[in-house]
Design a protein. Structure first.
Length: 508
């Protein structure tokens, strides 16, 4: 009898699991057979690293609303952006995001820094409050004062490219873009370069840890109840430095707590983020706490390099794959250079007068946005109708930017083609629709707070490379076979490019 009760309980649980989907009010929503019963289907597809392609195929086969788990639905509908992500929306982030945070402590010893984060916060009201504390620091108006920091790093980056050009060496350009972006973030945050460009190495192994962090979050977030245990096991096995997020936190804290770094940050000609954070904390420690200072520095370190490196790589991948577009951008850059309207280090203001450059960046970010998984949200307590389908409270719905950006309804029948000219149209209505559905940095109130840093770096670096160097593509840098890996962010795994020095006299 003692044996049969647990057995019967287990059988009953399995029976409920099998039968429940058949009586769900959303049972008519199509999707893969296994996804109706288990999230293991989604876990496997994410583990394969190409869900941005899988998600598109699901919509091509099943239509605008498709299931990818027992309670997970991907939506491709013109109304989804406003309903799910619009300002004032009550669709909170799903439990998938909890795996991107430090889990609650089990003991007093485990308590410590690093609990506050804008990205993974599932509380709408708390997110609004905390984001407000950082908003002014990340505004473009504030960031343009940091242009000299980006210029210093661009000078070293250009020096490295010149060395590669003289040696005839092919390099992984994405890696060097990440070195550049990391050092810019170091300057902006701490008024001190991390030294990636100087050493040409992964300083402290932090790039590898960031990659592991994204893979961990993408997979464990599907089964978030495992996160507290797996997080501790991973960090226990990794030793003193920790693993993934914990490792990155310690990397950021070491620099934040370094007395020389603090002194440099406070005495720098330009007020670094750290100096601003410390001043705000000193002025009102109850509103802007130590945790806010840590969160700001950690966010910059963990998300401020990979995203910019991927976006820069995407721009040059599409330019190398489309020589006519590369030629047009070169003509625009050379023309301004010849007229004396392009500084040695192009200023952000100068780049805003370059319409083709702006169109190239928008088009590259359209075809290769950073995030490659559905941005999951939970339907609020009153339920919601999206695309003609009623979703009960608690249902997880999401839009995948890779699906949205290639939707012919928004971007035309050539939505899969790289065509910067689409952004130069004089058709105001067409441009309005495209801009409404162009969301490479996220949507609504959860838009990436650091997007202006990325756009500042890209706007300044791209024309300098185009003006000063010839780029020679390889099989992995152009064409349709660009190798990428989707661990929530879709990063190229090989972007080999050769550089040559351009004849400056030919540009005059």
């Amino acid at each position: 009898m003692s044996f049969s009760l647990p057995l019967l309980g287990g059988l009953a649980a399995v029976l409920v699991l099998l039968v429940r989907p058949l009586f769900s009010p959303l049972r008519s929503v199509p999707g893969p057979f296994l996804a109706r019963w288990t999230d293991a289907w989604y876990l496997y597809k994410v583990w394969r690293g190409d869900f941005e392609k899988t998600n598109r195929r699901l919509h091509e086969v099943y239509g605008p609303i498709v299931r990818y788990g027992p309670n997970r639905y991907s939506v491709s509908d013109a109304t989804a952006i406003d309903i799910i992500y619009g300002h004032g929306s009550q669709f909170a982030k799903s439990s998938w995001y909890s795996a991107w945070a430090k889990p609650p402590p089990w003991t007093a010893r485990e308590a410590g820094a690093g609990t506050l984060s804008l990205f993974n916060d599932q509380s709408i009201s708390r997110h609004v409050h905390n984001r407000r504390q950082f908003q002014s620091t990340y505004s473009m108006t504030s960031l343009v004062s940091y242009e000299p920091y980006a210029d210093e790093c661009a000078d070293i980056f250009a020096q490295r490219l010149e060395e590669f050009a003289n040696a005839g060496t092919a390099v992984d350009l994405r890696y060097w873009f990440q070195c550049y972006a990391f050092d810019v973030i170091g300057m902006i945050t701490y008024a001190k370069r991390f030294g990636f460009l100087d050493a040409g190495e992964d300083i402290g192994g932090v790039i590898r840890q960031i990659e592991d962090f994204f893979l961990y979050g993408a997979l464990v977030g599907i089964y978030p109840s495992l996160h507290p245990l797996l997080y501790r096991l991973k960090n226990l096995m990794a030793g003193e430095k920790g693993y993934g997020r914990n490792y990155i936190l310690k990397f950021a804290l070491e620099r934040l707590n370094d007395e020389q770094t603090q002194a440099k940050a406070q005495n720098s000609e330009r007020e670094s983020f750290l100096a601003k954070f410390m001043a705000k904390n000193a002025k009102d420690p109850e509103t802007f706490t130590n945790e806010h200072t840590i969160a700001g520095c950690l966010s910059n370190v963990s998300a401020g390099s990979d995203t910019t490196a991927i976006s820069l790589s995407a721009v040059f991948h599409f330019l190398l794959s489309n020589p006519d577009c590369l030629g047009k951008l070169q003509d625009e850059v050379d023309s301004l250079h010849a007229q004396g309207q392009l500084s040695r280090n192009p200023t952000f203001k100068e780049t805003q007068q370059m319409p083709y450059l702006q169109a190239v960046m928008k088009e590259a970010l359209r075809l290769h946005p950073i995030a490659g998984l559905p941005l999951e949200r939970v339907v609020p307590e009153k339920g919601s109708t999206i695309g003609g389908v009623y979703f009960p409270p608690g249902t997880v719905v999401g839009l995948n930017i890779w699906v949205e950006h290639r939707n012919p309804a928004f971007f035309g029948d050539d939505a899969d083609c790289f065509r910067p000219e689409r952004w130069l149209t004089t058709d105001a209505e067409k441009l309005r629709v495209m801009n409404r559905h162009w969301v490479p940095f996220g949507i609504g109130s959860r838009t990436c707070i650091g997007r202006h840093i990325s756009m500042l770096e890209m706007s300044k670096l791209i024309p300098r490379i185009i003006r000063d160097f010839d780029l020679h593509p390889s099989a992995t840098s152009s064409g349709d076979t660009w190798p990428v890996l989707n661990t929530f962010i879709v990063r190229p795994t090989d972007f080999t490019v050769k550089f040559g020095l351009r004849d400056k006299s030919a540009q005059a």
